[in-house]
Design a protein around this ligand. Structure first.
Ligand code: SF4
Length: 493
């Protein structure tokens, strides 16, 4: 995950629009934030660790003026959470400057590193984005678009990019289209004498952010497409590769905002329909249906609708407990999920519950939730998960566990049920997901569910995801790996 937003707004405050846009994408990354602005051929960059509102505050934004800007919020999949790894990245070469914001993960970094003159020592950060930025800046053409055309054929993996140079904001989507990227328009004011070019153009990871900044969604940027946005001009599209979209299905199941649209599907509606499909696939006698807040709510609403059972909120979520919450002590850390979620005794006591969530990764959070609900007096707990079991790691931008840490890779559904302490447990099938989305299998990446990776993953990239290694590359024991994983919070567990 990561959120990217770019804006070209002649005569207006592109930084403010890009900051508001990326603020609307905060759910995609909470570790760091940054913005790059171009004004009169000069690029300025500001980035830091923290949430967008902390990094791009009212003291910082007014100093970043100009008609072109890109912004980024980061959720790390390569490289640790240090200032150098925050984005956008920036490079100056041959008198030209570029800044890059990236959502995704490249799988052939070793191969790409071999193409970089001077190698690793030239990179101030440890991310795949820094490497890509250096390759683009080094390109002898000295032109950002030509550099993309020269470099991208060698790049493998997932990348939706927002790039800024002196004159342009450029959106790029990889040939598989793993991660979303949307083009939008800012309408000109009716009385502006400059006519249609007084409005502007934006690119965004998600459609909802375009609407938040007052824009209109034009279309998805296509897999294998480069879209060039320049002041006073209509967007220019260049195809750099034959594209066949296989969007990450997890974007629709869990990651994207419910008010966003992907592949023409509204995400709230998609999740509600997954809940309806789950009720058809896995009915059970119970008193009520409740979600694991917040992300399980649309599917729970669908399950209630499909089953005819009442929908209730049986837990409340502390809305200020983001993923970046730093537990100050080991004791606090052990409190785990209770920091985030509390059961509503009035709702759950004496009831047979159907508890709907979007996914199970390690199973530890689910186990705590089940224990909390039992302590609050629930008599039966039937877990219904609106996605299939996660058997395999992701290499395309979602930081799922190494394979041995994914509970479904080592346990049957019955064993998971026993581990989490539920009375019954059912996952939605891949067919159920597809029927809810009303789209064919080949429009999506389902690799973490079925292991069919759309882009082959080189061995050197893959091995650390199958067996957890220590800093020396040695496999670690299960106990050690659990401790390492506990220090690296996951999307759901
Ligand atoms: S492997 Fe899973 S999480 Fe990764 S892109 Fe594919 S569907 Fe999405």
């Amino acid at each position: 995950m990561c959120g990217i937003f770019g804006a070209v707004t002649p005569g207006a405050d592109a930084a403010g629009i890009a900051a508001l846009g990326v603020f609307s994408l905060q759910h995609r990354g909470q570790e760091s934030a940054g913005i790059a602005v171009s004004d009169n051929g000069q690029l300025m960059l500001y980035k830091d660790l923290g949430l967008i509102a902390q990094v791009l505050d009212e003291r910082r934004l007014p100093s970043l003026r100009g008609p072109l800007a890109i912004a980024h919020c980061r959720y790390s999949t390569t490289g640790s959470t240090i200032w150098e790894n925050a984005q956008p990245t920036f490079r100056m070469s041959r008198g030209k400057s570029i800044a890059v914001g990236h959502n995704g993960n490249l799988v052939n970094t070793r191969e790409l590193l071999a193409r970089l003159e001077g190698g690793k020592s030239r990179l101030p950060a440890t991310t795949d984005t820094e490497l890509l930025t250096a390759l683009l800046a080094d390109d002898p053409s000295g032109d950002t678009v030509q550099a993309l055309l020269n470099v991208l054929p060698h790049v493998k993996g997932a990348y939706s990019l927002a790039i800024l140079d002196e004159k342009r904001v450029i959106g790029v989507r990889d040939p598989i289209g793993f991660r979303p990227l949307v083009l939008g328009r800012l309408e000109p004011a009716a009385d502006d004498p400059r006519g249609k070019h007084s409005g502007g153009w934006v690119i965004s990871s998600e459609s909802a952010a375009i609407e938040v900044v007052g824009g209109t969604v034009v279309r998805d940027i296509e897999p294998g497409e480069i879209v060039i946005l320049e002041e006073g001009k209509d967007p220019v599209s260049i195809r750099f590769a034959e594209g066949h979209e296989q969007l990450c299905v997890f974007e629709l199941i869990y990651f994207g905002r419910p008010d966003s649209y992907m592949l023409g599907r509204n995400l709230y509606e998609s999740r509600r329909r997954m809940g309806v499909a789950l009720a058809t696939e896995a009915p059970v006698e119970a008193d009520l249906v409740m979600p694991v807040p917040d992300t399980g709510a649309p599917a729970a609403a669908g399950y209630a609708e499909g089953s005819g059972l009442p929908y209730r909120e049986g837990m409340v979520r502390n809305r200020y407990s983001g993923r970046t919450f730093i537990q100050p002590s080991q004791g606090m850390r052990q409190r785990g999920v209770t920091v985030k979620l509390s059961p509503l005794r009035e709702v759950v006591a004496g009831k047979r519950l159907i508890v709907v969530d979007d996914s199970i990764v390690r199973g530890t959070t689910t186990r705590q939730i089940v224990a909390l609900l039992r302590k609050a007096g629930a008599t039966e707990i039937h877990l219904r998960i609106s996605s299939p079991p996660i058997h395999h790691p992701c290499f395309y931008g979602i930081d799922t566990q190494v394979e041995t840490e994914l509970i479904a890779s080592t346990h049957s559904v019955d064993e998971i049920r026993d581990f989490v302490g539920a009375d019954s447990l059912t996952f939605l099938s891949i067919g159920g997901v597809l029927s809810a989305l009303d789209l064919p299998y080949d429009r999506f990446c389902f690799a973490c569910f079925d292991g069919r990776y759309p882009v082959p993953v080189p061995y050197d990239t893959a091995r650390h995801k199958f067996v957890l290694e220590d800093a020396d590359g040695e496999p670690v024991s299960q106990g050690e790996s659990a401790a390492m994983a506990a220090n690296h919070p996951q999307p759901n567990d």
